[in-house]
Design a binder for this molecule. Structure first.
Ligand SMILES: *[C@@H]1O[C@H](CO)[C@@H](O)[C@H](O)[C@H]1NC(C)=O
Length: 287
């Protein structure tokens, strides 16, 4: 603030008009409302944390630099340290010194581009070993430093899918070990889950089975950017309505056939008997 006051008094003592003096004092509070005020430099990483990177692809971190009107960025550095470990140490990735902010990457696959308001770190051909905490540090012209950090992890494929049953709650629970951003979907007898079969929880991991008894094959599929994997829970076979009707029709047909054959046999026997009687009568007449 004292620097600003100095500027204000400087312009007035130089014999500039009252108007300018007035403006200067009216504008001063506006600077105080700025996120950073007059005297500080701040830096924020814009990526959402944690950043997941597919191995072999590029990691890009963007940071916004905010500075007061009287501040100058004199240096920007990017560093990394392992997220865990006994004695993690910061590894310098790139420095952007002096006013031009021309950056020098310490490794062949590291690029940094810095302007007054923004600095971008790019690491090509990302590998698991490059996971960790990334930090960007901005130094102002007085030597004061401000830092922002961001966790970067490898994007992992879906691993170890399993389905278990919760008997007391008539539900099936699907689990996945450590894949990144897993999304869950279910099939019953290879068809999508309908309301008559069950209801899915919001995250898709739990299927509340409404149909009783629980029967058939329930398949849980877990997928992410790198692929998918599935597991199946097999209950007792379903007594489907379709099969029931077929069985009934077959039974009816068999019954009808059997009845028909029986009726035919009875009828033939009856006719034989009649003919015999008539023969007897005829003989009686002639005798
Ligand atoms: C079954 O589900 C209920 C409700 O989600 C839960 O409280 C219970 O611990 C589960 N039981 C087992 C054996 O997982």
């Amino acid at each position: 603030m004292d620097k600003f006051l100095f500027l204000c008094s400087l312009s007035t003592s130089a014999g500039v008009m009252d108007l300018q003096f007035f403006l200067c004092w009216r504008i001063a509070p506006l600077f105080l409302l700025m996120p950073c005020g007059l005297r500080c430099v701040s830096v924020h990483i814009l990526n959402e944390e944690p950043v997941h990177v597919v191995p072999g692809s590029s990691l890009v971190l963007r940071a916004r630099i905010e500075q007061g009107p009287l501040e100058d960025v004199s240096m920007v550095t990017w560093e990394r340290e392992p997220e865990t470990g006994i004695a993690p140490a910061w590894l310098m990735l790139a420095t952007c010194p002096s006013r031009s902010l021309k950056c020098a990457g310490m490794r062949p696959n590291v690029r940094v581009h810095t302007e007054q308001q923004e600095t971008i770190l790019q690491i090509n051909g990302y590998s698991r070993a490059e996971s960790g905490v990334y930090a960007v540090t901005v130094t102002d012209h007085t030597g004061a430093k401000t830092t922002a950090q961001c966790i970067v992890r490898e994007y992992e494929a879906v691993h170890h899918v399993s389905v278990s049953i919760n008997v007391s709650h008539s539900s099936l629970v699907c689990r996945e070990a450590w894949g990144t951003d897993p999304s869950f979907s279910w099939l019953h007898e290879r068809a999508a889950i309908t309301q008559t079969v069950g209801k899915l929880s919001n995250d898709g991991t739990t299927l509340l089975v409404t149909r009783t008894p629980i029967c058939g094959h329930f398949t849980c599929m877990v997928s992410n950017k790198l692929g998918d994997s599935s597991a199946t829970y097999t209950a007792a076979p379903c007594e489907t309505e379709g099969r029931g009707t077929t069985a009934a029709v077959v039974c009816l047909v068999l019954l009808l056939l059997f009845g028909g054959v029986l009726a035919f046999l009875l009828w033939r026997r009856h006719r034989h008997n009649n003919r015999g009687e008539r023969l007897h009568e005829h003989l009686d007449d002639t005798i």
